[in-house]
Design a protein around this ligand. Structure first.
Ligand code: SF4
Length: 322
């Protein structure tokens, strides 16, 4: 029976960046939550604010130019935004971990994998050097990495992209976190390796019993992985539903367009449907619906009035005037 209190809950989160063009509203009054053991998919094109929201959860936004201007980030009931940085560092990597798209940016190129991995255990679990090394080998093994002793002696650039990502996953899971944030974990990899890594992440998530926030631009990945989905556009949540309702009865024209851009097995198509236009720049002031410029259904009202998120069915909400 699932604990009814979410493990992690974002409430009315806004993150801004002061840029030359003005104030960029990267995340605009965003709310979502994830329960223990659940996978929440967060989907949208690049520049929709998915990753900025994830970095805000861990308070990894560079200040300045960035700033979290409103909201709460409740982890097991406590607001992370109110914690002193020292306390926040204890939570980061130990209670809430993140896997990034490009593992190269997470590793220090001048240290071996063994040194970097064991440092996590020495830092968070206060293990001795020897114990931390042993624990590192164990976690590499648990993440199905062959010859862990050899990998421990290698430098990040000596590993293939897929292996680096596996090691980063091992590093993220090392302290048995309660929440894993996976930000486009397979995007930078070869197509053949992508499915393998996604499958590994899902199996490990189950094995470790974590909650997971899976961030992706690809709804296809969400279909087989998440229980619930949040669709983001231009910093806002525009639709939320369980994965079946979203795929069967998408309500927001943007979600519909995302689904139409997916390849369908057995249906030959020369070109995939693309959503025309681009996400509006985050510093542009838009009084109405931010999707209006690209929306085939746009009406007069859409240009003037911002659609509010409203529930249309249990667990299914949408921000659209239609
Ligand atoms: Fe399209 Fe209007 Fe709905 Fe926006 S509010 S998605 S412009 S129909």
């Amino acid at each position: 029976m699932r604990n009814r209190e979410p493990m992690l809950k974002i409430e009315d989160l806004s993150t801004r960046f002061v840029v030359q063009e003005g104030v960029a509203r990267a995340v605009d009054h965003l709310s979502y939550h994830v329960f223990e053991g659940e996978t929440l998919g967060v989907v949208g094109e690049s520049g929709c604010g998915k990753s900025v929201a994830a970095l805000s959860i861990l308070r990894l936004i560079p200040i300045p130019p960035g700033k979290i201007t409103s909201g709460k980030i409740l982890f097991m009931g406590q607001d992370l935004l109110q914690l002193p940085m020292k306390e926040m560092r204890k939570i980061r990597g130990a209670e809430i971990s993140m896997v990034f798209q490009d593992p190269m940016t997470s590793f220090n190129p001048v240290f071996t994998i063994g040194y970097q991995l064991s440092k996590v255990f020495r830092l968070h679990q206060k293990l001795s050097k020897k114990e931390a090394m042993r624990r590192s080998e164990e976690i590499l093994e648990a993440c199905e990495i062959p010859s862990p002793e050899r990998i421990m002696k290698e430098y990040p650039h000596q590993l293939s992209g897929g292996m680096r990502q596996r090691v980063m996953i091992a590093m993220a899971l090392g302290c048995n976190p309660k929440v894993l944030i996976a930000d486009e974990p397979t995007t930078a990899l070869d197509v053949t390796i992508q499915a393998e890594i996604l499958d590994l992440v899902l199996r490990l998530k189950k094995k470790f019993g974590m909650a997971m926030i899976l961030i992706t631009h690809d709804l296809g990945i969400i279909a087989n992985s998440a229980q619930r989905v949040v669709v983001m556009y231009a910093g806002e949540k525009i639709e939320e539903a369980d994965v079946f309702s979203l795929f069967e009865k998408p309500r927001h024209p943007y979600t519909v367009a995302l689904l139409q851009s997916l390849p369908v097995l057995g249906r030959a198509k020369k070109f995939l449907n693309e959503i025309e236009g681009v996400v509006p720049p985050p510093f542009k002031k838009i009084p109405g619906c931010k999707f209006a410029e690209r929306c085939p259904e746009a009406m007069e009202k859409c240009w003037q009035e911002r659609p509010r998120l409203r529930a249309i069915e249990k667990g299914h909400s949408v921000a659209c005037h239609l």
